[in-house]
Design a protein around this ligand. Structure first.
Ligand code: ADP
Ligand code: MG
Length: 600
């Protein structure tokens, strides 16, 4: 890194009427300006304020070549070494900025800095083929605060945007053209010139009303062939729009707007006093660095060599410390061995010393295993908590589900225990007619939604804050471990099957309720027949009616029994599914660590 001071040169255009207030002293590179305050109606007549400005050089009546040698040559050489460089000209309209930067391009002796910089860079490229110099160029213009790409392949220049990051400005989409020859680069420069927005200024027929920046991007091999480092530097060559006063000069509305914008952007260059800005710039220091572009193949080789050296050093250190056969790369077998040791430590009360701690990779792997174990435990805890919650809140169907004929009629509600089919004790039975209960709202949701399995399936909608962490662990377990995955898939399938079974059970329950309603009515009719003593006063119609009622009652009872058995069968199936799910939960509690490795 090198500290560079920005150099400032004053170039003076030949003038027929030099100002009596400006005194140039080329030998000391100073300019003295007498500021006559009297003209402004300020201090007394004889009072004159003097100001002295110092430059790095004052150029007067010098050739274009001399200007290049003095002001630009060093910058181009630095760019060829890998430093970024910028040369910009600023001053009043007509002061000679474009003459300095571009010059008269028809004859080389009048060529300005841009063609000369191009020439020098290609001269280097041709004289040093081993450096494999690559040159790209771009050309942009800022006119009325809008940026244009002067090399875009269109009739007019195309508008582009900037991207500002970390204090640097990138021109998004700016055309960069690779040039293999000097002629190609010059051609592009002149092509860009034609795209510029040039307006006629009353002071200067060809003065540009915009800021223009021609950039040369130079990439080259640096150093020796054995170290194929590359440098990539750019040289910005800027011709700023001229500022000036509009007093006493006729401008069109468009030109006035341009002047406002030009002066506005130049305000950023401190103040638009030429000399004051020069002084300010001279005080600035830059920290220049060589911009290196590393060859990826070379970089890879370099790192490979470095790794191999470090491995050798490590082996040497191990040998000196009496440590032999230390493997720094963990194989799958070594990982499973480590897993077994961690399991023994966590679950079998093995001594902590049984876990090997030989190197960093091993330690990291152990940490990973501990995290896995913790996540698995949290997931299991979550499952266990859900299970406990269900056991406390909702009664399980623990009783026998195969009813006797007597029990069979006990389809009814148990106090606060939900509805059970064939499980209610006889004395708990509500009023019944011939064994068939009169209250008989068989509710499938009460029967099945209260099972453990269902409770596990339905994730609680609102999660208490203290359970959020465990839920997180459970989700992690389900998605990041193969056991968790299997568990999740099994639950999904089971949930679907359970839904179908529940639907079937619901239909059976509905039908049983209807049949029971019919049976109750038929029993009531029969009782009435008995009370009317039809056999003592035989009446054919009444006898027929009784016979048909009895027959219908038998048919209804048979239907009831059939559906009841079917409902029990479905219950069995649901219980089987439930047991499977419970088995899955139990599995979670006994498997010490998932077989797969959790990746971060
Ligand atoms: P600017 O770009 O600052 O507005 P120009 O570079 O266009 O000004 O210069 C204005 C005029 O003065 C041009 O005709 C140019 O040829 C001429 N000129 C500028 N500097 C010099 C110089 N050092 N020697 C001779 N002619 C010059
Ligand atoms: Mg100009």
């Amino acid at each position: 890194m090198g500290r560079f001071r920005i150099k400032v040169y004053l170039r003076l255009r030949p003038s027929d009427k030099p100002s009596p207030f400006i005194h140039i002293q080329p030998t000391s590179s100073t300019v003295q300006i007498d500021d006559d305050k009297h003209a402004g109606g300020g201090p007394p007549k004889n009072y004159t304020e003097r100001r002295l400005f110092r430059f790095d050089g004052i150029i007067q009546s010098s050739s274009q070549e001399a200007v290049f040698d003095e002001c630009a040559k060093g910058v181009v050489e630095d760019v060829l070494t890998g430093y970024h460089g910028t040369i910009f000209a600023y001053g009043q309209v007509g002061s000679g900025k474009t003459f300095t930067m571009t010059g008269e391009t028809k004859t080389f002796i009048y060529c300005g800095l841009i063609p000369r910089c191009i020439h020098r860079i290609f001269e280097e490229k041709e004289s040093k083929p081993a450096a494999e110099i690559k040159v790209h160029v771009s050309y942009l213009e800022i006119h009325n605060e809008v940026i244009y790409d002067l090399l875009a392949k269109r009739e007019a220049a195309s508008q582009i945007t900037t991207l500002e990051e970390d204090g640097t400005v990138e021109f998004r989409g700016l055309t960069r053209v690779l040039c293999t020859t000097e002629e190609q680069a010059l051609k592009l420069f002149f092509e860009g010139e034609r795209h510029k927005a040039v307006a006629v200024h009353p002071l200067n027929q060809v003065s540009s009303r915009s800021h223009c920046m021609f950039t040369l991007y130079v990439e080259r091999h640096a150093g020796m062939a054995s170290i194929p480092e590359k440098t990539a530097a750019k040289l910005n060559l800027v011709d700023l729009a001229g500022f000036g006063q509009s007093k006493g000069i006729e401008f069109s509305e468009q030109s006035k707007k341009e002047i406002v914008n030009i002066n506005k952007s130049l305000i950023f260059l401190e103040q638009i006093s030429s000399f004051r800005f020069a002084q300010f710039v001279q005080e600035l220091n830059t920290n220049a660095i060589i911009n290196k572009l590393l060859d990826p193949t070379y970089t890879r080789r370099k790192y490979e060599r470095q790794i191999s050296d470090l491995k050798q050093e490590l082996a040497l250190k191990d040998a000196l410390n009496g440590r032999t056969d230390i493997a720094y790369d963990l194989t799958d077998e070594m990982k499973s061995e480590l897993r077994a040791r961690v399991n023994d430590f966590l679950l079998q009360d093995a001594e902590v010393e049984t876990i090997p701690v030989d190197n960093l990779k091993q330690v990291r792997e152990i940490f990973k295993l501990f995290r896995e174990a913790q996540m698995t435990m949290l997931a299991k805890l979550e499952v266990l908590q859900k299970e406990l919650r269900v056991t406390v809140d909702v009664p399980m169907m623990k009783e026998s589900i195969t009813p006797t004929l007597e029990e069979e009629v006990g389809v009814g509600e148990l106090d606060n225990q939900g509805f059970h089919v064939g499980v209610a004790p006889v004395n708990a039975r509500p009023d019944s007619i011939d064994g068939i209960p009169s209250k008989m709202n068989v509710n499938i949701d009460d029967v099945l939604a209260s099972t453990l399995f269902d409770q596990q399936m339905e994730a609680p909608k609102k999660v208490a804050p203290n359970r959020e962490k465990k839920n997180k662990a459970f989700i992690y377990f389900k998605h990041h471990t193969s056991e968790g995955n299997e568990y999740e898939n099994f639950l999904k399938e089971t949930r679907f099957v359970l839904r179908l079974k529940r639907k079937l059970a619901q239909e059976l329950c509905n039908h049983i309720n209807e049949v029971k309603f019919d049976i109750a009515n038929l029993n009531k009719d029969l009782k009435e027949f008995e009370n009317s003593h039809i056999f003592e006063n035989p009446d054919v119609t009444n006898v027929d009616k009784k016979v048909s009622t009895t027959t219908r009652l038998q048919v209804m009872k048979a239907e009831y029994r059939r559906d009841f058995n079917a409902l029990n069968k479905v219950k069995h199936e649901i219980l089987a599914i439930q047991q499977k799910a419970e088995g899955c939960s139990r599995l979670l509690q006994v498997v010490p660590l998932p077989r797969t490795t959790i990746t971060n």
